[in-house]
Design a protein around this ligand. Structure first.
Ligand code: 4AD
Ligand code: MG
Length: 433
């Protein structure tokens, strides 16, 4: 009787018993023939494994199949798992049957072509089949998965919000306009206002969805479309909000460290779980730092990108910059009673030059105060109708934040540019593939 063949994924093959008959399906990563012996490395969604076919052992049709299998062809490999010190990972499959399921044409990404970063992004639909991209996406997957677990554990409800909106959350200059049945609407920059409405129904809410920014800045940390994690809680102040953020970031980091050591190794990255609480430095202290670096900036301006980068470089762990001037923040920010120009807000900054990961703050809960703010900033009150309305029907103190998924992934994976943290990045110069 023929022994049972188990269909396994590559990772399971490394955990299985040697001598077992298995089938693996995947793609041909590399291939090498030495006389009557053909070696291939086959990749699936879980890893890479060497397979070897020996003429005289494997049937002739299978020998023909493996010899004709081009790089990136989709294949089925049946055979016996063997221990082999020379094979990567110490195991290989000795082929008894090799079938090409879908033959690939000549792979266009040559070693020379791969030297051009922009070419690799032109053919991103193909170039994503690399160890580094897979490692980055698995880290990203941990970031998102850990976030779901963190908020569930803390009793937050995941909500949804529209992407077609009528009001700017983060200022008009980065809005994408869309034609909507003869009317001009925008793509959402942030779901914050919807969260603020939802908290009166659910108290603690969070959301995970795309955000759109017409950022003209071509920097290593800006995308035009990205995924944002946002959370908002009722009966909370800015210290509560900061505790929630640092808890989340250290939880995410622990998950990545524990679950993705192989992927971190592929990326050449070492990270450690940052202990809480994180260090806090004030905006005023950042100005002192900038002055010492001979890069002074006026009180009231946003922290210049280069200053943020330098102060981030000077840190080994994530930290907060607190107490931004109102002039550097959106209109909805709560200020200190004794310092009307200073907001109860903070940016969470990654170390090593990576910069901002999150922005959060306490919101104005009072109708009159918010209306006054909208007027003093010459904003169109009618555009904020329902947002203002919320303040008429029981709006307690509340605070929240937004954290960019690709920013966090970029930092954890140690990527030079944020585009690598997105499978199909959107930037000012790229909307394809
Ligand atoms: O700092 P931002 O603009 O804050 C807000 O949108 C708040 N309304 C969020 C809230 O309080 N609910 O964006 C939040 C985060 C940033 O810290 C950054 O991580 C990410 O979103 N982000 C971007 N990521 C990639 N490309 C861009 N262009 C980004 N703009 C913001
Ligand atoms: Mg920000």
């Amino acid at each position: 009787m023929e022994s049972q063949t188990r269909r396994l994924r590559v990772k399971q093959v490394f955990a299985s018993t040697a001598g077992e008959s298995v089938e693996v399906r995947g793609w041909v990563a590399t291939k090498n023939a030495i006389g009557g012996l053909v070696f291939a490395v086959v990749r699936d969604g879980t890893g890479y494994i060497q397979v070897s076919a020996k003429s005289g052992v494997a049937p002739p049709e299978s020998m023909d199949s493996i010899r004709s299998a081009t790089k990136e062809s989709a294949v089925s490999v049946k055979g016996v798992v063997r221990e082999d010190k020379r094979a990567p990972g110490g195991r290989e499959i000795s082929v008894s049957e090799f079938t090409v399921l879908s033959r690939a044409e000549t792979w266009p990404i040559t070693k020379t072509a791969a030297k051009s970063g922009s070419y690799l992004y032109d053919v991103r639909h193909l170039s994503i089949r690399s160890r580094k991209v897979a490692a980055t996406m698995k880290i990203r997957n941990e970031v998102v998965g850990a976030t779901f677990d963190y908020f569930r554990e803390k009793g937050f409800t995941l909500i949804s919000a529209p992407s077609f909106v009528q009001a700017a959350v983060e200022g008009g200059s980065t809005l994408f306009g869309v034609e909507y049945f003869g009317k001009k609407v925008y793509l959402s920059q942030s779901a914050q206002f919807y969260e603020e409405a939802a908290l009166a129904a659910l108290e603690k809410v969070w959301i995970y969805q795309p955000a759109f920014r017409a950022e003209k800045s071509r920097t290593p940390k800006h995308l035009t479309e990205f995924w944002m994690i946002e959370a908002e809680q009722a009966f909370a102040d800015q210290p509560d909000n900061m505790a929630l953020q640092e808890g989340l970031l250290s939880f995410i980091t622990r998950r990545v460290v524990e679950n993705r050591p192989d992927e971190l190794k592929i990326l050449g990255r070492t990270i450690v779980e940052p202990p809480v609480p994180f260090e806090s430095i004030s905006y005023d202290e950042v100005r002192d730092f900038a002055e010492k670096q001979e890069m002074p900036f006026e009180w009231g301006e946003d922290v210049p990108t280069e200053v943020e980068r330098l102060i981030s470089l000077a840190h080994e762990r994530p930290f907060f910059i607190t107490d931004y001037p109102l002039s550097a923040r959106s209109f909805y920010h709560m200020t200190y009673p004794d310092r009307p120009n200073v907001t109860k807000s903070a940016d969470l900054i990654a170390p090593e030059g990576f910069g901002e990961l999150a922005t959060g703050g306490q919101r104005i809960a009072s109708y009159d105060l918010l209306m006054e703010r909208i007027k003093s900033q010459d904003l169109p009150a009618e555009a904020f109708g329902w947002y203002l309305d919320l303040r008429k029907y029981g709006m307690p103190d509340h605070a929240g934040f937004g954290m960019g998924v690709e920013r966090v992934t970029r930092w954890l994976a140690g990527l030079k540019h944020i585009r690598g943290a997105s499978l199909f990045p959107r930037t000012t110069t790229r909307v394809s593939p």
